[in-house]
Design a protein around this ligand. Sequence first.
Ligand code: AMP
Ligand code: MG
Length: 419
Amino acid sequence: MIRVEEALERILGSMNNLEEEETPLLKAMGQVLSRDIHSSIDVPPADNSAMDGFAVQAESTQGASPSSPQVLRVIAEVAAGDPPTGPVGLGEAVRIMTGASVPPGADTVVQFEDTDEEDRRNQRESLSHIGICREVPAQLNIRRAGEDILRGSMVLERDTVLNPPQIGVLASLGMARVPAIRRPVVAIIGTGNELTPLGEALPPGQIYDSNTYALAAQVQGLGGIPRMLGIARDVEEDLRQKVHLAMEADLVLTSGGVSKGDYDMVKDVLAQEGEMNFWTVNMKPGKPLAFGLFRHGERRVPHLGLPGNPVSSMITFAVFGRPAVLKMMGKGKIPLYTMDAVLEEPVTNRDGRRYYARVCLSRQNSQVLARLSGPQGSGILTSMAQADGLAVVPEGTTHLRAGDRVQVMLLEWNKERSY
Ligand code: AMP
Ligand code: MG
């Protein structure tokens, strides 16, 4: 029996960052930048107004007050998107909208509320002039060219994960495509004579294939690209055919066929198609695990043979497959989401393997509480669906009491929830 860490280390030892590709900006959401990004422009590109108002020289407003406004001549009007107008002299004003370029000569913007425009309108007076009702300093209500990003500066470093704000920043530079580490293609194969594809009637003795869907959803949730290759029957030839279809992928997942049952042949096929390790990992659920490398010409395609029980397959993917996919995506250094919690009920771990118990979390004052999300059999997928995370009962610990502390691994799809 090997430790979880040892198995993980060996698996990750065979995974590399994938190559970079030019990715359309929005599609790169969740991917990792493969190069430093420098800006070729100032953002914003020009001084522009942060308010609707009048662009003037601050000096023109000296001594202005509501009772004795400084009356300036309005020489032009400029809206967002218009080319800049001509220069503004002393005693002059340009009516300006938010986002419009500040005209040369003007050094400040007086917002409408500090002018008599409203009164002039109400009294149907000419708008060829405007009264400024307040003395304003220079640089008021102006967004400076380059105040967000200076031309030539480093904006985002390589290895940055592209989340919504990063996508926004890259868009502000005008980048329609970005250099990013490409997404891994993960081939997924179910194994078993008992499996019926979804959408078909269920014959006696059969069950629906749930694993390949749950696994594909996990892969997709991480940002990988699942390739569903269907179900291999429990004959070597069938599995071999599916494996050949998987050879363009970056990782092959199989579920089932790795325990010591009569029809287990994943290991036999692997042994012929590549190198293979067949492990008994000190964990529950999910003890049997195969890991190997398929040979395909010069390429070596990593293969993770997950157990067939639906919960075991999801949990072994969370423990071993997730870090493998993340490493390929260039996210190998991103830590797992774990949190401390206090057990609300006792947990028994009969055989003392490391036990990943499905738990629901809740908050009580400053503590996070964990309770089992339902029956813990490795075929009970609904208690996985109820769970917020997996409480890790360490190796050798057979009993935990209510009130004991546990580490909880948050499940990928719950990581944004706060408890
Ligand atoms: P195995 O490791 O192939 O013996 O499978 C262990 C258990 O998981 C058996 O009860 C299988 O029926 C079940 N199982 C295997 N593959 C799947 C699948 N794709 N979907 C649902 N259950 C499965
Ligand atoms: Mg089977």
